[in-house]
Structures are given as structure tokens and as C-alpha cells.
Design a protein around this ligand. Structure first.
Ligand SMILES: Nc1ncnc2c1ncn2[C@@H]1O[C@H](COP(=O)(O)OP(=O)(O)OP(=O)(O)O)[C@@H](O)[C@H]1O
Ligand SMILES: [Mg+2]
Length: 264
């Protein structure tokens, strides 16, 4: 489904701030893989997702989605096959527009339907209503509410819905629950898991929560210093505990997870 071949990227090359963020990275994802991604600060996790999304072009290597070479496809052209969520709930929605307008925009963008200026049709409104209802947050009765008035968790759930309203080939989640309080974060995680399972969306999810990384998905990708240190799957992953993973990481990488990851 996704193939990364020998990807390297260096920021600020030939300056004192030169930083090799990804180094000869190879990765293959199967259709429907839900991969959690962990690693210390600066390991290259966000850069990996940004390169896949087309935010940055790699210096070397190629990116294939469903066998198609996307290496030089512009970010906005990848947006109809890739959903990308970030930590900040303020990103990804238009605050002065209503819930249904935001959904309408996302729907038009991803499906190539006519522009929103034609208005939201009855059929679409009903579809949005049902999709919102499935979130169980009561948002279906607030479709005319401006998104800026929603809580962070509600906004993140809506952003997720917008990213998946037309099923993307690939979903990229960059610590998308990290800015939420623990209870809301858990709720958004459950919604995330349900949406991914229902539509079998191939997903890469960065998290700093090690137990979430082991609980959700079918593989865990562990990054260090711009490379994949190791991947957990199958029996090894099933039997993995947070404690064992912390010590495995330091023994394999001579590096430590951040305090934030270990304390949570
Ligand atoms: N746009 C950029 N310009 C310059 N350097 C960058 C840029 N983006 C990332 N870097 C550098 O690349 C390295 C990898 O950063 P990245 O954000 O991918 O790490 P991360 O694993 O997501 O870390 P964190 O857990 O802190 O989010 C870091 O040294 C970072 O400073
Ligand atoms: Mg990051």
C-alpha cells in the first residue's frame, strides 16, 4: 500500500543548523495496517509523516502509494488520498464557519464534488447528520454552530471526521490527542480507533503515550535518530509491556524516551 524507499532528508544543509532528520529510511505498509509510531524527541516522527504528506520533498528516495510514484506530487494533490491531523485542535478546521460548512468543505475537497457555493444539499446534510451522530458527542444537533465555539476535543473529533468523510487511502495522525485532557484524549482515541476499523484505513499514528502505542493498531514502529530502530508486530508485540519497551528502546538505541512518555 505504502512503500518508502531509501528516504533521506536534511534540514538547513550546509549551515551550522544542519540536521539529518531522516536517513535512508525504508518502510512497507500493507493495506489496512494501523501502525503506531513512537520515539524520542527529534527522532524524525513528524518529518516522516510530513514527507509522506508532501509537506517536504525528500532529498533522496521515493514514495509509492498503491504502486504509484508520489515522490514529486504536490501536497495539495495528495490531500484527496491522504488525511493529516496534528496536535493543535485549531489546525484543520475553519473557526468562523459552522460545523456543516466545515464538513461541506472537506467533502467537496476530497470527493471532487461541486463547490460549496452551490450550498449544502439536503442529502449531504443528512449524511453529515448521521456521521456526526456516530461520534456520540451531540454535535449532530449543533450543525449551525461555529467551529470556533467547540472544545478542543470536539474540534479534534470533527477534524478527524473531516479527514475521513471520504475514506482516505492513508491517514496520518501526529499526536492528535496530545493537547487534550486525559479523559477527552481517551474519547478521541476511541473514536479514532472506531473510524479506522470501520473503514479499514491504513494509518500511521504518532503518539507519546507508550501504552496507547501498544494498545491500538497492529504494528508499532519505533524511531530513533532519523531511522526505524525496530518494528513490533505479532506475538512479540502482544507480549510487550510498557516497561519492557522502555528498556528494549534504550538497549537497542542507547537513547531514552522523553520523561513525558515514561511518566504517562
Ligand atoms: N522544518 C524544519 N526545519 C528545520 N529542522 C527541522 C524541521 N522539521 C524538523 N526539523 C528537525 O528535524 C529533526 C526531527 O524532527 P521531528 O519534528 O521529525 O521529530 P519528532 O520525532 O516528531 O519529535 P517530537 O517528539 O519532538 O515531535 C529535529 O532535529 C528537528 O529539529
Ligand atoms: Mg513530532
Amino acid at each position: 500500500m505504502l512503500d518508502l524507499k531509501d528516504i533521506s532528508i536534511t534540514f538547513n544543509a550546509h549551515t551550522v543548523n544542519e540536521r539529518k532528520a531522516l536517513s535512508h529510511l525504508n518502510l512497507h505498509l500493507d493495506d489496512g495496517d494501523f501502525v503506531t509510531v513512537i520515539g524520542s524527541n527529534g527522532a524524525g516522527k513528524s518529518t516522516l509523516l510530513n514527507v509522506i504528506a508532501g509537506t517536504y520533498e525528500p532529498d533522496e528516495g521515493s514514495i509509492f502509494i498503491d504502486g504509484q510514484d508520489m515522490t514529486f506530487t504536490k501536497e495539495h494533490k495528495r490531500a484527496n488520498v491522504i488525511g493529516h491531523l496534528f496536535q493543535d485542535p485549531m489546525k484543520g478546521t475553519a473557526p468562523n464557519m459552522t460545523i456543516e460548512e466545515n464538513l461541506g468543505l472537506a467533502y467537496c475537497r476530497a470527493s471532487g464534488h461541486g463547490p460549496l457555493s452551490l450550498g449544502i444539499r439536503k442529502k449531504e446534510r443528512e449524511f453529515f447528520y448521521e456521521t456526526l451522530k456516530a461520534l456520540n458527542l451531540g454535535l449532530e444537533d449543533r450543525m449551525k454552530t461555529e467551529v470556533g465555539l467547540l472544545s478542543g476535543g470536539q474540534r479534534q473529533a470533527l477534524t478527524l471526521l473531516m479527514a475521513t468523510i471520504v475514506t482516505p487511502k492513508l491517514l496520518l495522525l501526529d499526536e492528535h490527542t496530545a493537547a487534550l485532557d486525559p479523559k477527552t484524549s481517551e474519547k478521541v482515541m476511541t473514536i479514532t480507533n472506531d473510524i479506522i476499523a470501520e473503514h479499514h484505513i491504513t494509518t500511521l499514528m504518532i503518539t507519546h503515550n507508550i501504552s496507547n502505542a501498544l494498545e491500538y493498531g497492529n504494528k508499532t514502529l519505533v524511531m530513533n535518530d532519523g531511522q526505524i530502530a525496530f518494528i513490533l508486530e505479532g506475538e512479540e508485540r502482544k507480549n510487550m509491556t510498557v516497561e519492557k519497551l522502555i528498556s528494549l528502546y534504550s538497549s537497542k538505541t542507547e537513547n531514552e524516551f522523553s520523561d513525558r512518555m515514561i511518566l504517562e
